[in-house]
Ligand binder design. Structure first.
Ligand code: BMA
Length: 866
């Protein structure tokens, strides 16, 4: 978010255009992204390379390897991470660069073990993908051509050396060492590199190397702006009291003036005397009548641009800009009045906010392929599905600035894990210091983003180890002797209870730190029964609990739960050939990394659906299964408000084409789940559930209580006959209220439950807020008849509109077809007999004649061929 380059060039341009012979001796920043070449180390076969990038994508671009995501190609390319690679370029440093007093090379991200050489001299060795490396090259740079070379050592070989030096294997169950041809040697815990690169239960094993973030040449003279931190001291709608903490590096003692602008208006000017080295200066500032930043659905996302100009006696010598939003966020953990538990919720600008969203993983194995468009697509998809929070999960990366910029802009709060997941980590000093620097780099880079609401130490490690209860955990403790156990726990304790919270206290004291997700609190393991902290509920799926248990297990904040599905057939076709069209085929199994995945999908599908023999239909029904399960969970969490204050399912996206828990597949196709989540996360929803022979109706709202509501309920037969209807009127006295609790028999009498649906409409005055379809039997027991769907296609401006009608109830209508690149405004929906459903799609998203290419699948067809 801190953007110097653009501003700086604009500034130079403005001054330069004032007077042609005005000599500007100010900072230069340029990205070294041209003419890179790469070769396997020692082979001297130099091919064009892309920086930022990775070895794998460069090999692919040069046609040395085939698409790693296609069929079984992943297996053929495991050699790449076993060898060293070299990247080279030559850049020109002209007189303008060289006349500066201080010249630096800044590497924003090196994956992972790099040796950096400039003109043959070793500048730096690196060992952490997540850190930024700034190197003073003032004395090494030459006029004219400069040879820059980066040698990237094999991360797996270096990992093996680290493992050997450490003396024993640390637990890392998701590391697919065997797929990586490394037997039982799991090196990921020893290497500060994105854990998911070593394989996960939704990801391939592709251990990358590369210069994955930009390389910058920076030249300056007396002083330069290093960082701006904006701290909110007090905030109301009348006034925002802020402090700008400004870090300046000075090469000499210097008198300076700092000018601070908010949205281009100069708000403050101060003079200072800088000392040589790092200087930390503070400037208070006030914004009158500020517009507060609010999460999606609760207000606007106003961002203020704060610009600092640093001037010496004669001229401005550096400019830095950052954007921030004004809000106060607190993680509230207050004991319940009955003393039985503690709340866990985010209070934003004084209002408790129910967090609605999902977990986010990196959007590709090859991070350079996550384009700005892809970032925008995924964050916008979260926004469109009425989400207000994403959890950046600890097995991936600290995301690019753009990710957080978009979250700021769309009102998506970010639960930010540090990058530690499902493994134990070393505790030697070098490792710990490396992590401390990594945390400092990333916290400094990200702390002005209003979207970030929490720093979290790690994913699932506290529970996996289970220090506080001998019989808990994933069996890891039992793998070690008492001394090793002590060493491992000490490392954990130092890292997550001291180093990381220490960095937060020092660098970002306004934000809360939560040591591990899930946790019931310091010293207490989370379980499905705990009444404090956050919960990962995997009873459904891993534990084979029935879907209805989503309503049984209550959490204060549900930060993970999920259910798998396959991508739709059009997506599967992209990475398979017809002989693979079977979920047990070698290729499909290779794109299913959960050992129990296929089994679980079948087990649960058998309970609720007739299992289709046809491959394409199986994929479709699998998506319905997932969507219904997660919808049930979301609804149950939301109606349990305010006891429960968050529902983040596992997971919004994929990093390659695979069977997974995602709601959006790798190619950007929304699965049935994402459409269902959009409904379940609406600001105000109707929820109908059954328990012990009772029909319960809830209305849940993100808005403050007080509104008058009306619910119209109709029991409709699958042929369209209204069997029963009733109206309920009530006031929202709380954000979740139970408006109906009636014995089923009272409503249904002797009606055949397999051929009716309860259609309920929630209205506030004339506004229809939500419609809910409640069925009384499992989908496999529904007495569906052929709905005889009719589709009429019309062009309407830039859109194509499809009008759909059905003679009998149509369940889970799925529109698809060849040549459709975008998505329909709705999908996987039900149509009541006699009802007209209008769906549209943008013309630019259809590369075929929709009249002939449109296909319609619905549940009745999965059981019948007519
Ligand atoms: C959660 C995550 C991931 C994993 C998922 C599905 O616990 O934290 O580690 O991919 O479960 O098993």
């Amino acid at each position: 978010m801190i953007n110097r380059m653009l501003v700086f060039y604009m500034f130079v341009f403005v001054l330069a255009s004032c007077s042609d012979d005005y000599k500007i001796k100010s900072m230069i920043q340029m990205e070294i992204n041209h003419d890179w070449k790469f070769s396997q180390a020692g082979k001297e076969v130099w091919l064009p390379a892309t920086v930022p990038g990775t070895v794998h994508t460069d090999l692919l671009a040069n046609k040395i390897i085939e698409d790693p995501y296609y069929r079984l190609n992943e297996k053929q390319i495991q050699w790449i991470d076993k060898v060293d690679w070299e990247y080279r370029t030559v850049f020109i440093a002209d007189g303008q660069v060289l006349e500066h007093n201080r010249i630096e090379l800044i590497f924003k991200g090196l994956d992972t073990y790099a040796k950096i050489y400039l003109n043959g001299d070793l500048l730096q060795q690196t060992d952490n993908m997540f850190r930024t490396w700034k190197i003073d090259v003032t004395k090494k740079i030459r006029k004219g051509e400069n040879k820059l070379s980066v040698i990237l050592a094999s991360p797996t070989q270096r990992g093996l050396e680290e493992l050997k030096a450490y003396g024993f294997q640390l637990a890392a169950d998701n590391d697919q060492s065997e797929a990586g041809e490394m037997g039982q040697d799991k090196v990921s815990p020893y290497v500060r590199k994105a854990p998911y690169h070593f394989g996960w239960d939704w990801g391939p094993r592709l251990v990358t190397s590369g210069i994955w973030r930009p390389v910058i040449l920076r030249a300056w003279d007396e002083a330069c702006l290093e960082n701006i931190q904006i701290i909110t001291d007090d905030l109301s709608t009348e006034r925002a009291g802020l402090t700008a903490k400004i870090e300046i590096v000075a090469a000499e003692k210097l008198e300076i003036t700092l000018n601070l602008f908010v949205d281009d208006i100069s708000l403050s000017t101060r003079n200072w005397k800088l000392e040589i080295g790092n200087n930390l200066l503070e400037m208070p500032l006030t914004i009158d009548n500020p517009v507060l930043w609010q999460p999606n659905g609760l207000g606007s996302q106003k961002l203020y641009t704060i610009r600092i100009e640093l001037a010496d006696k004669e001229q401005v010598i550096d400019v830095m800009e950052t954007k921030t939003g004004l809000r106060i966020v607190k993680l509230v953990r207050q004991p319940d009045p009955d003393g039985k538990g503690k709340s866990f919720y985010f209070k934003v600008n004084g209002n408790p906010v129910f967090a609605k969203g999902a977990n986010y993983i990196p959007d590709d194995i090859f991070l350079n392929r996550v384009s700005p468009e892809k970032y925008e697509f995924i964050i916008k998809s979260a926004y469109e599905a009425n989400m207000n929070m994403l959890r950046v999960w600890g097995g991936g990366i600290y995301e690019n600035d753009l990710f957080y910029d978009l979250c700021d802009q769309y009102g998506i709060m970010v639960w930010q894990d540090f990058m530690f997941a499902c493994a134990m980590y070393p505790g030697n000093e070098v490792f710990l210091e490396n992590v401390r620097q990594e945390a400092i780099d990333n916290v400094r880079r990200l702390r002005n983003h209003p979207s970030i609401v929490l720093w979290c130490g790690n994913n699932e490690i506290e529970n996996a180890w289970g220090e506080y209860e001998e019989n808990r955990g994933w069996g890891w403790k039992q793998r070690y002797n008492p001394e090793q156990r002590q060493v491992i726990w000490k490392a954990y304790d130092t890292l997550f209870h001291h180093i990381l919270p220490g960095v937060i206290e020092q660098e970002d004291p306004g934000r809360s730190y939560w040591h591990s997700s899930p946790s019931a609190g310091m010293g207490q393991l989370a379980s499905y029964e705990t009444t404090s902290g956050d919960m990962h509920y995997w009873g459904v799926w891993h534990g084979l609990h029935p879907f209805s248990d989503f309503c049984k297990y209550r959490a204060r904040f549900m930060s993970e739960y999920g259910f798998q599905s396959f991508p739709e057939f059009n997506s599967v076709k992209k990475y398979t050939v017809p002989e693979d069209y079977n979920i047990e085929s070698e290729v499909m199994m290779s794109h299913q990394r959960s050992g129990i995945g296929n089994l679980r999908i079948r087990q649960y599908m058998e309970e609720d659906y007739n299992i289709p023999g046809d491959f394409e239909q199986f994929l479709y029904v699998g998506q319905l299964l997932q969507a219904e399960a997660i919808k049930m969970a979301i609804e149950s969490h939301r109606s349990d408000m305010p006891y429960c204050m968050g529902s983040l399912y596992w997971q919004i996206n994929d990093c390659w084409p695979v069977a997974s828990w995602s709601g959006i597949d790798y190619y950007g196709r929304w699965k049935a789940l994402h459409y269902f989540a959009r409904e379940a996360f609406k600001p105000t929803v109707l929820v109908l559930t059954e328990s012990d022979g009772f029909l319960n109706g809830y209305v849940v709202s993100d808005n403050q209580p007080g509104q008058k509501m009306q619910v119209l309920m109709k029991l409709v037969s699958f042929t369209g006959k209204v069997e029963w209807e009733a109206v309920q009127e009530f006031e929202m006295t709380a954000q979740s209220i139970l408006f109906l609790n009636s014995p089923l028999t009272e409503i249904l009498g002797k009606i055949d439950l397999s051929s009716v649906v309860m259609v309920s409409e929630l209205r506030q005055g004339d506004i229809l807020l939500d419609t809910d379809f409640h069925y009384f039997v499992k989908p496999k027991n529904l007495d569906l008849t052929n709905p005889n769907i009719k589709a009429e296609i019309k062009e309407k401006g830039d859109l194509i509109e499809i009008s759909l009608t059905a003679a009998n109830l149509a369940k889970n209508v799925f529109l698809y077809g060849d040549g459709i690149t975008g998505r329909f405004s709705d999908n996987y929906f039900d149509i009541l007999p006699g009802q007209e459903v209008l769906v549209n799609i943008s013309k630019s998203d259809v590369q075929s004649d929709l009249k002939s290419s449109l296909k319609i699948l619905h549940l009745y067809l999965t059981d019948n061929d007519d």
